[in-house]
Design a binder for this molecule. Structure first.
Ligand SMILES: C[S@@+](CC[C@H](N)C(=O)[O-])C[C@H]1O[C@@H](n2cnc3c(N)ncnc32)[C@H](O)[C@@H]1O
Length: 202
């Protein structure tokens, strides 16, 4: 049997940003199965989930990010990751996933996309499966960045999941990777939701 790779294996070897902390936080609650990574970027979360035994479908509309991820998949001869070019603003889907995640993506989508996207995520999650969403907010104390096309209002994301078992929800202040004119990382509230679908139909 091959020894298990450390969690930071891909991060270190390919100089990727570490997987999102909320993915690490979610792992103990998840049963290994199949996952859908919406707006996967370079694949930091996809690769971690695959390392943990998930079959992952990874979608993004940035061809360079997908190329980077595909290069890693090829170099490491990984099985169980399927990448696809998808524009989430124009993509309806259905399926049967155990875990659907979208970290720091929704703020780049069109506002009109969000209700249907979340409805598709919810309908495509298996009973007892989970959704994880982390996305920027627009609040009076921390207004959204001008180039974000969408930001959640207070209570908006949790309301979408009012019929689910909400394992975790907060609207904490976090920091963007981008910096202000003084080189200081910009603070922003993020809606963080980790929820379990405890029923068959929604
Ligand atoms: C800040 S990155 C986050 C990537 C990844 N989720 C992570 O946590 O590392 C935002 C990602 O959303 C993707 N994205 C933005 N708009 C999109 C769209 N309309 N359809 C699909 N992906 C999109 C970008 O290409 C980018 O990879």
């Amino acid at each position: 049997m091959k020894p298990a790779l450390p969690d930071n294996y891909f991060t270190q070897k390919y100089a990727l940003t570490a997987p999102h902390s909320e993915v690490f936080a979610a792992l103990p609650s998840l049963s290994v199965g199949n996952a859908l990574d919406l707006g996967c970027g370079n694949g930091r979360n996809t690769l971690l989930l695959n390392l943990k035994g998930f079959k992952v479908t990874a979608w993004d509309r940035n061809p360079r990010s997908l190329e980077n991820l595909n290069r890693i998949i090829e170099a490491e001869q990984l099985t169980g990751i399927e990448t696809q070019w998808v524009d989430l603003n124009n993509h309806r889907f259905n399926g049967n996933w155990d875990f659907i995640l979208s970290t720091v993506v929704m703020m780049f989508l069109q506002p009109a996309t969000i209700p249907q996207l979340i409805a598709d995520m919810q309908a495509s999650t298996r009973k007892n499966g989970h959704n994880l969403i982390v996305a920027a907010m627009d609040t009076p104390d921390y207004p959204s960045q001008p180039n974000f096309t969408f930001a959640f209002k207070s209570g908006e994301l949790s309301h979408y999941y009012r019929n689910w078992h909400i394992v975790k929800y907060n609207e904490n202040v976090g920091q963007l990777h981008r910096t202000d004119e003084n080189g200081k990382r910009i603070s922003q509230r993020f809606a963080t939701l980790f929820a379990q679908k405890t029923f068959v139909k929604d």
